[in-house]
Design a protein around this ligand. Structure first.
Ligand code: ACM
Ligand code: ZN
Length: 547
């Protein structure tokens, strides 16, 4: 009898265990964007029903810990920083010297002992923390057991924003940075000067703020020849600029999130706002006005006058004080040479410097600025036009008119950042139905962004090492509000995040869509006005799996 009872109990126990095993294998890992390199699901959940201790000792650990505590608060999880805790309700942040971890990589473990994130540096811990946040389900408190090993494919993972055509509040710039950091981007390319507005305070040149930061009015509708000739305007003065205090605050905000801001000061073209403020810097001496419509303008900085270089050096002196970035972007794109061809100062410069044509004059201009910045221990980035007339010796090239500029630069042993319009221009339309808000043109749905491969197949393995990464650009001629910026950027930036972070082999658009279904809820939490075009694709996938 007893024997039978024991046997029966053993059977019950076995059944219970088997049932438990069954439950145990059922952890659900929410879709993570960008997709981690290696993820192994565990077989149970942590239940966080009380407050959580974040174990942090070093400055980086504490910085990430504090940001994590803030994020957790938004999930109704109360977290406090501590140096030690016995409790399993804890998240341990460790900076370790571990050569198997990539520079910005991390290892994340969730198990019965709690959560641990290990990384070589603060950036790695921060990315681990971002992944942890994505593991926390909507209802808050059940975290699946999992181990994740993760690191980025590219060192340069960029998003750009043009604040020249339209400008945005410092708070929005911070939100933009938060969002890019959530997606593990690490560079914010801040396009600060344009024909239509100069947006950074330069104390040495107050007329940049008084005159250059404002335009009389703004053209209505789409640019183009017809519009230029018969344009209508809104009659409203428009402008503003970021004070140096605001810039410093934003630079620190970004650095705390392991985002480097690369400022762009456009030269020699896209300079009308600066010329309106200081007309002597143009070939004809003006008068000029801050541009009120969109396009490429013939009036550019005079390459012959010494005053031009003195002015730009004065500007850059203040810029390098504000931005610790190794790179300063000096523009270099879309610079018509028509005024230089007729300008006695420019012609004289060409003669004395033995320059054969206007492209070489542009190259002289860029090389001179590079030398100045190299003297301050900074490197330049320029748009791919800086290849014309000869590359400055240490320049990094941003390839935007296609991949060709990037290929040519890499073959000349120069570093490149890929931003070809076909895959990376988020000012392009997301739909072909004409129901979209006015945009510059093009057609760039999420699927095409997702298909982008930053290393051109023409490059040898050695040349490919020069491809530092890729970036999406957001030009704002037709994007007047911050809500509209978000509409253009998300979810295309989610796709780009995966292009620059995740291993090439693991990219799978259908899998991405299934993860986006979850990720949209996060974008809701972050109050992002994202575009919903791919919802149809996601719905048809969901229907197919339910069948
Ligand atoms: C550019 O789009 N003009 C760089
Ligand atoms: Zn000139």
């Amino acid at each position: 009898m007893q024997k039978i009872t024991y046997a029966f109990m053993a059977l019950l126990l076995f059944a219970a265990c088997a049932k438990k095993e069954e439950n145990k294998t059922a952890v659900v890992i929410p879709g993570i964007i960008p997709k981690p390199v290696l993820l192994t699901p565990g077989n149970d959940y942590i239940h966080w029903d009380q407050s959580v201790a974040i174990i942090a000792k070093s400055a980086d650990e504490k910085n990430v810990g504090e940001l994590l505590a803030e994020f957790l608060k938004s999930k109704n999880i109360n977290a406090t920083i501590a140096e030690f805790s016995d409790d399993k309700n804890k998240i341990s942040l460790f900076t370790v010297e571990d050569s198997t971890l990539h520079k910005e990589g991390y290892k994340l473990a969730v198990d019965e002992k709690g959560v641990s994130i290990q990384a070589n540096n603060g950036a790695g811990l921060f990315y681990g923390a971002q992944t942890l946040l994505q593991l926390i389900p909507e209802n808050g408190k059940e975290i699946p057991f999992v181990t994740i090993t993760d690191y980025p494919r590219f060192a340069y993972r960029g998003l750009h924003l043009d604040v020249g055509r339209h400008t945005f509040s410092p708070d929005f710039i911070k939100k933009y940075i938060d969002l890019l950091a959530h997606h593990k981007f690490n560079r914010f390319h801040w396009h600060l000067t344009e024909d239509q507005g100069w947006r950074i305070e330069i104390k040495k040149y107050p007329r940049l703020q008084e005159i250059g930061a404002y335009r009389k009015e703004t053209a209505i509708g789409h640019a183009g020849t017809a519009q230029r000739e018969g344009a209508s305007f809104d009659g409203k003065r428009y402008g503003g600029y970021f004070t140096q205090d605001e810039v410093k605050d934003i630079v620190k905000y970004a650095a705390d999130r392991y985002v480097t801001i690369i400022p762009e000061i456009e030269l020699p073209g896209h300079a009308l706002a600066a010329l309106a403020a200081y007309p002597d810097l143009g070939c004809t001496g003006g008068p000029y006005q801050t541009a009120t419509s969109w396009g490429v303008f013939d009036d550019v900085f005079c390459a012959g006058k010494e005053e031009t270089f003195q002015f730009l050096e004065g500007v850059l002196d203040e810029v390098v004080e504000l931005f610790p970035s190794q790179y300063i972007h000096i523009g270099g794109d879309e610079c018509p040479k028509t005024k230089w061809e007729k300008c006695p100062h420019c012609q004289k410069r060409m003669k004395t410097e033995k320059l054969k044509n206007a492209h070489e004059l542009q190259s002289y201009f860029i090389q001179r600025m590079e030398k100045y910045l190299n003297g301050k221990n900074r490197q330049i980035i320029g748009w791919d036009e800086i290849l014309e007339g000869g590359l400055a010796p240490n320049a990094t090239v941003m390839s935007w008119r296609g991949e060709e500029g990037g290929i040519a630069a890499a073959r000349q042993n120069h570093d490149v950042i890929m931003t070809p319009g076909k895959w990376c221009y988020f000012d392009h339309y997301q739909d072909t139905t004409k129901s979209e808000p006015l945009a510059i043109g093009g057609y760039l749905p999420v699927k095409i962004v997702y298909s982008y491969e930053p290393v051109p197949s023409q490059l040898t393995a050695e040349e490919a090492k020069h491809v530092l990464g890729a970036q999406a650009n957001v030009w704002t001629e037709y994007i007047p509000t911050s809500d509209h910026v978000e509409y253009m950027v998300y979810p295309r930036a989610c796709a780009m995040a995966e292009v620059v972070w995740s291993p090439k082999e693991s990219r799978d658009y259908t899998d991405f869509l299934t993860r986006m279904d979850t990720h949209f809820k996060r974008l809701d939490d972050w109050k992002v006005n994202y575009a919903k075009h791919i919802q149809k694709e996601i719905d048809s996938l969901n229907l197919a799996t339910k069948k």
